[in-house]
Design a protein around this ligand. Structure first.
Ligand code: DQA
Length: 153
């Protein structure tokens, strides 16, 4: 299984950006943690960060052709604004999990709306860098048939 990890705008500044909200780990630290976890689960991941909306959209459009099965995405502020990103997911039907480091529902009202949440397999928010790991775990569980809707009661 191959998973594309997409990081949106300003996430390249993690470590120095509002550490009270986003913590002290850098994006490289997070990508490293994800890579180590992926390795233990025998899945392949590739990470891409961009501040440019169109580059993220192109990654979504090309994900299937590039051999990815899932996308794990933190779209940053494009979460709240990008109909174009939503359209890319709708057009490609690429399965994805949306993650946020902060608990967006407890922040400013403009962060309460996500343009893409409705199309996401699920959303994880509020666990700092662990949101990414939890998102990756959720994808892997789902693929192994261990997702919540797949386990018999
Ligand atoms: C974020 C939340 C967004 O509202 C914000 O614009 C970000 C990061 C998060 O990970 O908590 O850039 O997606």
């Amino acid at each position: 299984m191959r998973i594309l990890v997409l990081h949106g705008p300003n996430l390249n500044l993690l470590g120095q950006r509002e550490p009270d909200i986003y913590g002290h780990l850098t994006l490289d630290d997070i990508n490293q943690e994800l890579a180590e976890f992926a390795k233990t689960c025998e899945v392949e991941i590739e990470a891409f960060q961009s501040n440019a909306e169109h580059l993220l959209i192109e990654q979504v459009q090309q994900a299937r052709t590039n051999g990815f099965d899932w996308i794990l995405i933190n779209p940053g502020a494009y979460t709240h604004t990008s109909i174009a990103l939503r359209d890319a997911f709708a057009a490609t039907q690429m399965p994805f999990v949306e993650v946020h480091m902060s608990q967006v529902a407890a922040r400013e009202p403009f962060r309460h709306q996500s343009m893409i949440a409705e199309l996401a397999h699920g959303t994880i928010s509020g666990f700092g860098a662990d949101s990414y790991l939890l998102g990756l775990q959720a994808i892997i569980n789902h693929e192994l048939g261990r997702g919540p809707s797949q386990v018999e009661s």
